[in-house]
Design a binder for this molecule. Structure first.
Ligand SMILES: [Zn+2]
Length: 232
């Protein structure tokens, strides 16, 4: 069982507000996988960056300050930079013999074309499963408007019946605050990007032989998790 968990890769994709991170967290705990969250990798790299810092990939320089501006306005950062950071993390995890659950990444064709061959090589394509959370756009908008994060670890708390009245993070007890990116125009832009850029990722992974499981993401967190678990 332990060996099985270690070699597994699960990718959880879905529109904004579909609870990707929450489900990935539950999968990580249940199956002893590492939860690879792109936003966490980005935040960490932003946090250690100094004024004028950049990353050179090929012959192009990616300035951290410019990437920060893109992210703050709800636009997507440069895919080569994200792919570079994520690739490094995957290689490190594989060396440690850890299985991975991704949430919200890879989100562009560029990223998936960098990452999929790596996963194929390190884990084998038959060990990769894609969980696609389905949610109508109006539900995304409504849930994002009400979404909160915790002050300490930036855990994202999805708005559901069970979490509506929460004031403190269930994981670490810190105060819950409103997310900065929960403005309606930012969410609409994210929804668009999801349709135009992430859905092609699903098609690409399908072509590569990755198993795809579609799950109704509009249910409660517990019910979504149960469906995912059954599908695996
Ligand atoms: Zn927390």
């Amino acid at each position: 069982m332990k060996h099985f968990s270690k070699s597994k890769v699960i990718i959880v994709l879905g529109p904004p507000g579909s609870g990707k991170a929450t489900q990935a967290e539950l999968l990580a705990e249940t199956l002893s996988l590492y939860h690879l969250e792109t936003s966490e990798i980005i935040e960490k790299n932003f946090a250690i960056a100094k004024e004028g810092d950049f990353v050179k990939i090929g012959d192009k320089k990616y300035f951290i300050s410019e990437e920060k501006k893109l992210r703050e306005s709800g636009k997507w950062m440069s895919p080569p930079l994200i792919a570079f950071w994520v690739k490094n993390r995957i290689e490190a995890l594989s060396k440690e013999g850890k299985g991975i659950v991704f949430s919200g990444s890879p989100k562009t064709l560029y990223e998936v074309k960098t990452i999929a061959p790596l996963l194929k090589k390190l884990y084998g394509i038959s060990n990769v499963t894609l969980i696609l959370l389905k949610q109508r756009p109006e539900v995304s908008i409504w849930r994002n408007r009400k979404r909160k994060i915790c002050e300490l670890m930036r855990h994202s708390i999805l708005h559901t019946k069970e979490t509506a009245k929460l004031k403190f993070c269930p994981l670490d007890g810190s105060k819950l605050i409103r997310r900065e990116d929960s403005k309606p125009e930012v969410i609409k832009s994210k929804l668009n990007e999801f349709k135009e850029r992430t859905l092609p990722v699903v098609d690409y992974l399908k072509e590569q032989g990755v198993k795809i499981k579609e799950i109704n993401g509009e249910q409660s967190v517990a019910d979504v998790f149960q469906d995912i678990f059954k599908a695996l």
